[in-house]
Write a protein that binds this ligand. Structure first.
Ligand code: HGY
Ligand code: MN
Ligand code: MN
Length: 412
């Protein structure tokens, strides 16, 4: 009897249906941003399911949530799995949530199969992976990994001025759990299941992506400051129009980032123009840059040129660039990659090796121990979009591979 034999497709699918109601949107997606009331509801729901199975539930000081199944050797470094339950503002039902629920399904399958493991296994719901409300993203795993300081992350504010630490306190009040005092980075191995968020598995007819690594990423904010002025009386020649300058800056950056091979990923996702009055020349523009590439040298070269390009194209306005994150490309442990491939093969599942274009919490776990990921297809590769869709059979197949990987790792 393998744990995968007791993975229950219907149970796993129903849990996704139940979770999708928490922050559900009219077009079928979810808005369950980090440490929002909707996020608290998801934490309560996961905690209730875990308590019903006798799993231990606890949090850490940044708000990561752990669901732990005991091992025979309780003090042995655990095997970790998981992902995130927070979503984009107009996100999909599977991004992140699938990794948490697939991990939980693996624990349930182990329970149902009566398999005891030497090591404990913990499912982690990493807090604030998306970074849409509180920047930067992948915050919970980065603080756990020691990449970002706890205190400065607790002090980060959202656009309404709410401190992350205060939002965390409200979330814990709404979804109470035991909170441990520090971060325990002792673990034996980590595997994260996630939808691919791209079209390759579906196009190739593969059920499983054997993820080899994650491309590197950099996040910046740019502030362009000009001078507010009367739209009717101020001649162009004396204007310091922040919008006009911001447009030329973004166009210069797009030229700087141009890549005929279409490997560079350059996105301006947030663009705010103030004061936003139709008859006042804009005095300030704030925008974000999301830049990614699989090669560290290209990241350094093109990322290193951003400040120069901004300064040279801001015209009469002043411009400041702040780098928010700089995450190196991740290469997963070949042993874990091989295990994922072997368990997919053993289950007769078509699989292919592939890198991840999207960022994941695994990028902050991998520097601390053996880590890897399992991808399953999503329809047309659509994600960060309410239309994100996946099939019950694909979600269950990934959970089966995960269950057998976790079992083997937890008995090493
Ligand atoms: O942005 C990312 O790559 C992740 O989906 N949050
Ligand atoms: Mn995700
Ligand atoms: Mn995402």
């Amino acid at each position: 009897m393998r744990a995968s034999d007791r993975v229950d497709e219907g149970r796993l699918w129903q849990r996704h249906v139940d979770m999708a109601k928490l922050g559900g949107l009219p077009k079928g997606g979810v808005n369950r941003q980090a440490l929002s009331p909707e996020d608290a509801a998801a934490r309560r729901q996961l905690g209730a399911w875990a308590a019903a199975r006798g799993f231990d539930v606890y949090g850490d000081p940044i708000g990561n949530l752990y669901v732990r199944r005991a091992g025979i050797q309780e003090d042995a470094p655990p095997v970790l799995t998981g992902s995130h339950m927070d979503s984009q503002p107009t996100g999909g039902k599977y991004d992140g949530m699938y990794g948490v629920l697939a991990g939980f399904e693996a624990l349930e399958a182990l329970e149902d199969s009566g398999i005891r493991t030497k090591r404990p296994i913990a499912v982690v719901a990493w807090v604030n992976e998306e970074g849409s409300r509180f920047q930067p993203g992948a915050m919970g795993s980065a603080v756990w990994g020691g990449d970002y300081p706890l205190d400065s992350m607790l002090a980060v504010t959202d656009r309404s001025g709410k401190r992350l630490g205060d939002a965390l306190a409200e979330t814990l009040a709404a979804a109470p759990c035991r909170v441990v005092s520090g971060f325990d980075r002792r673990f034996h191995a980590y595997i994260e299941a996630h939808i691919e968020q791209g079209p390759r598995l579906e196009a190739e007819g593969c059920a499983i992506g054997v993820v080899t690594g994650i491309q590197g990423s950099q996040r910046y904010t740019v502030d362009i400051s000009g001078e507010e002025a009367h739209a009717g009386t101020t001649p162009l020649r004396v204007r310091k129009d922040a919008l006009r300058s911001a447009i030329s800056v973004v166009e210069a950056l797009q030229r700087h980032m141009h890549d005929p091979e279409d490997v560079v990923r350059f996105t301006v996702g947030r663009f705010e123009c103030r004061p936003g009055s139709p008859n006042t020349v804009p005095g300030h523009v704030h925008f974000t840059i999301d830049f990614r590439h699989p090669d560290a040298g290209v990241l350094a070269r093109l990322g290193g040129g951003i400040e120069r390009v901004v300064a040279a194209s801001a015209g009469p306005c002043t411009a400041t660039v702040a780098r928010i994150t700089d995450v190196a490309p991740t290469v997963f442990d070949p042993r874990i990659v091989g295990l994922v491939r072997a368990k997919a093969e053993a289950l007769g599942l078509a699989n292919m090796d592939m890198p991840s274009g999207a960022g994941h919490d695994a990028m902050h776990v991998a520097p601390h121990g053996p880590a890897g990921m399992i991808f399953v297809p999503c329809e047309r590769g659509i994600s960060h979009n309410e239309a994100e869709a996946a099939r019950p059979g694909d979600l269950a197949a990934g959970a089966r591979v995960l269950a057998d990987c976790l079992t083997e790792l937890a008995n090493e």
